[in-house]
Design a protein around this ligand. Structure first.
Ligand SMILES: O=C(O)CCC(=O)C(=O)O
Length: 279
């Protein structure tokens, strides 16, 4: 199925498009079941941040042992949407991941963009629950064209000053003392001056998704609603994508956790962990 041209226009112009009803109830239910199974069988990438008021949970690359996710990645509309967004018949699945924000969590997803892979790289973030605008992922419109790799604030700050969620988002960004700082900027303090930015987001219903360019700066509030807010995300690349200069820690973590990704900094995204799809 071809995605509507206006969605593609939004994706290219703004770095993000909200695609309504892109995933049927069956896909939503499958992803929810996968999350339940995954919480019982976490991978080494599983994280649970819990400040006592409702947790923020996540895991990544768990489709290898969660059949629901494997099926979702291979057969849902996600790959086809990504192929059209990236303008390539051949694409690779770079990552499956999910996030759950239980009611009451104050943990923000800090403003960031997804930089450990450079080159053509998009994400499809699917809402698995009704998520109101006040609790959903939001974006700085057009920031995919800012032209610089921006590191989260926590990358530069003293570790003791980070919130757990901030640390999580800088966890695999390398040791700054070993990196050429001129390669990076710092994500501006968007929360401190929201009116200065063109921030967009949507009320989401289960099965709606946001398709975004990995360079588009995004973040999410906590969840101050009375319902859980689950999301399932797949990330996709073309063969022109490569491992970013600051991704050595991510490469090391994949090897340490036995995922045998075979990645090297500056090298391409290939191999079994990143299956190829042809549309
Ligand atoms: O859903 C969230 O809170 C985080 C999502 C995110 O940062 C991403 O998918 O890149």
């Amino acid at each position: 199925m071809a995605i509507r041209p206006d969605y593609l226009d939004d994706y290219h112009a703004h770095g993000v498009a909200c695609i309504r009803k892109a995933f049927s109830d069956e896909w939503v239910e499958l992803a929810r079941s996968g999350i339940e199974r995954n919480i019982q069988a976490p991978s080494p990438f599983f994280r649970k941040l819990d400040n006592g008021n409702g947790a923020f949970l996540s895991d990544s690359w768990s489709r290898r042992h969660i059949p629901e996710f494997e099926h979702f990645c291979h057969a849902s509309p996600a790959g086809r949407i990504a192929s059209q967004a990236l303008g390539s018949h051949r694409i690779r699945l770079a990552q499956d991941t999910w996030f759950v924000k239980q009611p009451g969590t104050s943990d923000r997803t800090p403003w960031h963009h997804d930089t450990v892979i450079q080159g053509p790289f998009c994400s499809i973030w699917v809402a698995l629950d009704p998520i109101p605008r006040s609790a959903t992922l939001e974006f700085v419109r057009g920031s995919h064209a800012w032209g610089k790799i921006l590191m989260p604030k926590s990358f530069f700050a003293d570790a003791s000053k980070h919130s757990a969620a901030d640390s999580y988002y800088a966890e695999f960004h390398g040791d700054k003392s070993r990196l050429d700082a001129s390669l990076f900027g710092e994500v501006p303090d968007i929360e401190a001056d929201r009116d200065a930015y063109d921030i967009i987001g949507w009320d989401m219903e289960p099965g709606d998704c946001v398709l975004f360019d990995a360079r588009t700066v995004h973040g999410a509030p906590g969840n101050q609603t009375s319902r859980v807010a689950r999301r399932f995300v797949t990330r996709w690349v073309t063969d022109d994508a490569y491992v970013a200069p600051h991704a050595q820690e991510m490469v090391d973590a994949l090897e340490k956790f036995g995922l045998e990704a075979g990645l090297r900094v500056g090298g391409p995204i290939r191999g079994e962990l990143f299956p190829e799809f042809i549309f």
